[in-house]
Every structure is written in C-alpha cells, then in structure tokens.
Design a protein around this ligand. Structure first.
Ligand SMILES: [Mg+2]
Length: 167
C-alpha cells in the first residue's frame, strides 16, 4: 500500500511544471486535477494563469486533460474557456476516469502523468495504472470537511518530504 501512495515527485505548485521537464521524463500527456491543484476549491473559474499553463503544454506537444471527481456543473464551468477535454465525477482513485482521458489522448498510461493534490484519490489512482504521479502541494487549507479528514490520514505519508520548486 505504501508504494501505491508514493508519488514519483512532490511539487510545490502546478505552475512549476514545464513541458521540458515532462519531456525529460518521457511524459507525453498530463492529466490535471482541478480543486486545490489548479485553483482553490471554492474558485469557480479558470484564471489566466491556468489558461496560459494549459496553452503552453499543448503548444509544446504535451497533451492535456482534466479529470475531476467534482460534479458536471463545476467542471464544465471551470473548463468553459479552456480548450481541453474534461471528465467529471471521475470517482478517482478508480481507474475509469483516468483511462478515458488517456484514451482521448491516444496514449498509453505509462506515457501519461497525473498531477493532483490528494494521495488517496489522485496519486493512488495514477499508481494503480502505472502512470507517473505528481503530487502538488494543496493551494489552500479551506476545504470541505470530508477532505479535511483525508488530510489527517495523508499526514504520516507526507512527513519530511521535500517539495520541488521546479519539474
Ligand atoms: Mg484536488
């Protein structure tokens, strides 16, 4: 179980991931979580930073998709001005949502990385499929109660980890 909860990298911010860094690891596609990975949980729209980040990935030959456990309205509104495939109510850590996204990219799971802020959903799901897993430090501590509980159980797995400034 420990191995399945261990990401390939701990990263301070999603925005420190570069297309060059991904390519160096052989990664051809990046699956993104929304809440507390790209924006705080209660931010409804993608901002210019997110837009620029996604555009830069695609411009540099990295495929991108959103896979979120949030419901349809939240994900649709967030992706409204992003030109990106998205999958809502994905039920991460189950494989289905990730597999649909990988398929839409025309890639194999081993060529795709997932980036997310939660060990028991994002990272576990990615590791179950043999994908590269990038754990992003949560943007903000203001989260719904069920997630606060998960944070408590994540803690022992995260002590003493060094988060990278750049990937
Ligand atoms: Mg999240």
């Amino acid at each position: 179980m420990g191995r399945l909860l261990t990401p390939d990298a701990y990263i301070k911010s999603i925005f420190s991931i570069s297309p060059e860094g991904l390519k160096k690891e052989g990664i051809k596609g990046l699956i993104l979580d929304i809440d507390n990975t790209l924006v705080p949980t209660y931010t409804r729209d993608a901002d210019i930073k997110v837009k620029t980040f996604v555009e830069n990935l695609k411009k540099n030959g990295i495929k991108a998709a959103i896979v979120s456990n949030a419901k349809q309205e939240r994900v649709e509104q967030f992706c409204r001005h992003l030109d990106i495939d998205y999958f809502y109510k994905a039920l991460k850590p189950f494989k289905k949502g990730y597999l649909k996204a990988v398929e839409s990219m025309g890639l194999e799971p081993r060529d795709v990385a997932i980036a997310g802020d939660q060990l028991f959903t994002d990272i576990l799901g990615g590791n179950l499929l043999g994908m590269k897993t990038l754990l992003i430090k949560p943007i903000d501590r203001n989260e719904p109660f069920p997630i606060k509980i998960k944070r408590f159980f994540e803690k022992p797995f995260l002590v003493g980890k060094n988060y990278r400034d750049k990937y």
